[in-house]
Design a protein around this ligand. Structure first.
Ligand SMILES: Cc1cc2nc3c(=O)[nH]c(=O)nc-3n(C[C@H](O)[C@H](O)[C@H](O)COP(=O)(O)O)c2cc1C
Length: 191
C-alpha cells in the first residue's frame, strides 16, 4: 500500500478481530517501522515488547473489560518508556515524542499490511496499569508501558471512522488563519 493510502486508511479500530494469528514476520515488519522513526538526539528511547503468547495475551485481555479490540487482540505491541526520564538535551527529555513518532510509524505499517489497531494510552495511566503490564512482560524497574496497541485482522473493517476537519480550518500558508491562502506562493496581507 502506498504511504498516502496507508495514512488515509488508518483509523482507530476498537471492534472485534478475526480469529487469525498474526505471523511473527508481520509483527517484526510492523515494529521495525517503529524502530526506524526519528527520536530526539537519536536516543531511540522507546522499547517494544510484542506479545503473541496466549497466556500473556489472556492476562492483558482480562485487564480491559470494555474495549473489544483490547479483549480480542491476536497480538499486542507494548511500547515502553522510562517512568522518570533523564534529559538528553539541555535537561529536556523527548521520550514522549520519541514514543509517539514510533507509534505512528507502527500504526501506518500495520494499516499497510491490512491489520487494524488503536493507540491505547490513557487507560494505561490509571491504576498503574502501564507499570503492571511492564512487570508482567519482565521489563526492568523504572520502565512503564506508555502505549499499547492491540492488533489483528479486523472483523468489521467498515467500522465507523472519525471525521477530520478540512485543511482550511487547521492549516494555512505563511500566516495563521489566512483566508484564501491556498494558491501556490501567493502572499496575502501586509509584507
Ligand atoms: C496520545 C493519544 C492517546 C490515545 N489514547 C487512547 C486510548 O487510551 N483509548 C482509545 O481507545 N483511543 C485512544 N486514542 C485514539 C484516539 O481516540 C483517536 O486517534 C481519535 O479519536 C481520532 O480517531 P482516529 O485515530 O480514528 O483518526 C489515543 C490517541 C492518541 C494520539
Amino acid at each position: 500500500m502506498d504511504l498516502f493510502d496507508a495514512i488515509a486508511h488508518r483509523f482507530s479500530y476498537r471492534g472485534p478481530f478475526l480469529d487469525q494469528p498474526v505471523p511473527r514476520e508481520d509483527l517484526r515488519r510492523i515494529v521495525q517501522a517503529g524502530l526506524l522513526a526519528p527520536s530526539g538526539c537519536n536516543e531511540q528511547t522507546t522499547t517494544f515488547v510484542i506479545v503473541d503468547d496466549p497466556a500473556l495475551r489472556q492476562q492483558i485481555q482480562a485487564m480491559h473489560p470494555k474495549n473489544v479490540a483490547m479483549r480480542q487482540a491476536r497480538a499486542y505491541i507494548a511500547c515502553l518508556v522510562d517512568k522518570a526520564p533523564i534529559g538528553v538535551y539541555e535537561g529536556l527529555s523527548f521520550q514522549v515524542e520519541d514514543c509517539s513518532a514510533a507509534v505512528e510509524n507502527i500504526l501506518l505499517a500495520a494499516t499497510a499490511l491490512g491489520y487494524a489497531t488503536v493507540w491505547v494510552d490513557g487507560w494505561l495511566r490509571g491504576d498503574e496499569r502501564g507499570e503492571t503490564i511492564a512487570r508482567l512482560l519482565g521489563a526492568p524497574e523504572g520502565k512503564t508501558v506508555r502505549v499499547i496497541l492491540p492488533l489483528g485482522r479486523p472483523a468489521d473493517p467498515n467500522a465507523p471512522r472519525q471525521t477530520k476537519k478540512p485543511f482550511e480550518e487547521r492549516a494555512w500558508f505563511n500566516r495563521y488563519g489566512a483566508a484564501g491562502s491556498a494558491k501556490d506562493g501567493e502572499r496575502k496581507g501586509p509584507a
